[in-house]
Design a protein. Structure first.
Length: 175
């Protein structure tokens, strides 16, 4: 069960990292388009700023899922450093419990908010407003799943543990 949870947790983290990377590339291209239009064509594209803002919301939510898997949130590392290494899992578990409660609240209030704004359209980019509003409940739901998988998996192993797991898998494959 622990290995399956770790595999699913890694898969979810990797998937959200890929989505976040694509979104970062899109934001960069949109920014270059806006700057290029302003300086080379003497006209600004009003829709690019709006589209970048909405992409950044999705980027932040998808990146947060991967940060949960990798235990890269600044607050987690700072509080984790205050306790003995053997108690680090308890600190992570407590902090992730608080984060899960916060994500449930975001999911609870974010979903109806997204549905209420489904008929609106962004003025400049003509993007349906449900798209940026859905980032919150979908991101919160994915973070809840990632937190649950992290609990079942016992959190991401250290690099030394990961190397030992890889060596064990190589050894099992040779048998």
């Amino acid at each position: 069960m622990r290995e399956r949870a770790l595999i699913l947790s890694r898969l979810l983290a990797r998937s959200t990292e890929i989505i976040a990377t694509i979104l970062l590339i899109v934001v960069t291209v949109l920014n270059l388009t806006q700057v290029g239009g302003r300086y080379f064509f003497n006209t600004g594209f009003s829709w690019t700023e709006e589209a970048m803002r909405y992409c950044m919301i999705w980027l932040m939510m998808m990146g947060s899922v991967a940060c949960i898997f990798r235990v890269e949130h600044m607050g987690v590392e700072a509080l984790e450093a205050l306790v003995a290494p053997r108690h680090a899992r308890y600190v992570k578990s407590g902090l992730y419990s608080v984060a899960a409660i916060f994500c449930v609240i975001i999911l609870y209030y974010g979903w109806p908010l997204a549905l209420r704004n489904a008929k609106q359209v962004a003025p400049a980019s003509q993007i349906p407003m449900i798209v940026p509003y859905l980032a919150l409940p979908i991101g919160a739901a994915l973070m809840i799943v990632q937190i649950a998988l992290s609990w079942f998996a016992g959190f991401e192993p250290d690099a030394d543990d990961e190397e030992q797991t890889d060596l064990l898998n190589i050894h099992r494959g040779a048998e």
